[in-house]
Design a protein around this ligand. Structure first.
Ligand SMILES: C[S@@+](CC[C@H](N)C(=O)[O-])C[C@H]1O[C@@H](n2cnc3c(N)ncnc32)[C@H](O)[C@@H]1O
Length: 226
């Protein structure tokens, strides 16, 4: 559970997009290519931050929801999206939505900053609220060998995660050392449909389905060319 008494993003929220968009914009367009949306879909962004990713799904006509624990980040999202998305202050470990509510659940650069138990229960909640035929898309750091370009990327990320604070940095290191996203998936009822490794291996995108989904994944769907 996050510490609800202080907002870890209060000071950075106003500058977040200026600092992060150079990283976020390309990740967002790769995510869109893996799973575009349309006006028949319901979309939830967990840890939506300033709403920059959610805006792309809003523009597709999808009915969009965003949840975040930081009032300051949600203020930014609200300024960006207004009434075009349903934004909620809340905790990813207790999503305030019914089971099977969303065709598509999205989360970016969120899970790495959590302790292991909060990460596991946030993912369980995402698995709960996505429809049985729906998809979850995670964009986050990748644990595993890097290519040449990945070392520069990882050095910049290490500096950024370090300045984000002691807990944040410790959780990120634990996340990487314990295998990142793929290591948690079997515990939360989600399975990989596609994996796309990018930025020399520093980041990856995982398109997931609930494990209860009836169609077996028969093709080799990993994309290992950053
Ligand atoms: C690094 S930011 C990422 C924001 C956005 N998804 C992006 O890609 O730019 C992490 C976000 O997760 C939110 N967050 C952290 N713990 C949370 C929790 N337990 N429940 C909901 N949001 C949380 C933070 O407030 C912050 O906005």
């Amino acid at each position: 559970m996050p510490d609800q008494t202080k907002d870890a993003y209060e000071r950075i929220a106003r500058f977040y997009d200026t600092l992060l968009e150079p990283v976020n914009a390309p990740l967002r367009s790769m995510g869109w290519k893996l799973h575009p949306t349309d006006d028949s879909m319901t979309v939830l962004d967990v840890g939506c931050g300033t709403g920059a990713h959610l805006e792309a799904y809003v523009e597709s006509g999808a009915e969009c929801f965003g949840l975040d624990a930081s009032p300051a980040m949600l203020d930014q999202a609200s300024a960006r999206l207004g009434e075009r998305a349903d934004l909620e202050l809340g905790d990813a470990t207790a999503l305030p939505y019914k089971d099977s509510s969303f065709d598509f659940v999205f989360t970016s650069l969120f899970l790495h900053e959590l302790d292991a138990e909060t990460r596991r229960s946030s993912l369980s909640e995402m698995a709960r609220v996505v429809t049985p035929d729906g998809f979850v898309l995670i964009i986050d750091y990748r644990s595993g060998p890097l290519r040449a370009k990945g070392y520069l990327n990882r050095s910049l990320s290490t500096a950024a995660e370090f300045v984000a604070g002691r807990n944040h940095y410790r959780n990120w290191r634990t996340y990487l050392n314990s295998g990142g996203i793929p290591a948690v998936l079997p515990k939360v009822g989600l399975m990989v449909e596609r994996e796309k490794i990018v930025a020399g291996g520093n980041f990856a995108l995982w398109l997931l389905r609930p494990s209860t989904h009836s169609q077996p994944n028969t093709e080799d769907s990993s994309d290992r060319s950053p």
